[in-house]
Design a protein. Structure first.
Length: 133
């Protein structure tokens, strides 16, 4: 259905922003040290759970998308995503954000990658989509 497509598009956009944010963390990390992927995911989950109303969630989400950098899925479907963010209850969208985190899988194990290969893995459009598996 169209509503299902909207939610799947939201997850794709959210996961692309995750990739951008994680890539920035890895780029700043020394080669010998590997930021703990699980800690980054847990921090993201905690930040989402700190949202206490519609405005705080929308502020967090917009900041998160901006920090994620270039987001091809968002740019391609921005009207659909913006209307979804506006019309859907913020608590429901927060749940979908948490589902995006839970279903996020990098193409390679993050702990086994160096910064350069991680950044190469962050090419726009490389969002893991379980529905295509």
């Amino acid at each position: 259905s169209e509503e299902d497509e909207e939610y799947l598009t939201f997850i794709e956009v959210f996961q692309q922003a995750m990739k951008g944010n994680f890539a920035k963390v890895y780029a700043k990390t020394e080669r010998e040290k590997s930021p703990a992927f699980k800690k980054m995911v847990e921090r993201l989950r905690a930040e989402l759970n700190c949202c206490y109303d519609k405005l705080s969630f929308q502020q967090y989400l917009s900041d998160f998308l901006v920090r994620g950098g270039l987001n091809k899925p968002f740019n391609e479907k921005k009207i659909r995503i913006l209307l979804l963010i506006k019309k859907i209850d913020w608590l429901e969208l927060r749940i979908w954000s948490l589902l995006a985190i839970a279903s996020y899988k990098p193409k390679k194990k993050v702990t086994e990658m160096d910064n350069d290969s991680f950044l190469k893995n962050q090419e726009v459009g490389e969002v893991y989509d379980e529905s295509k598996s």
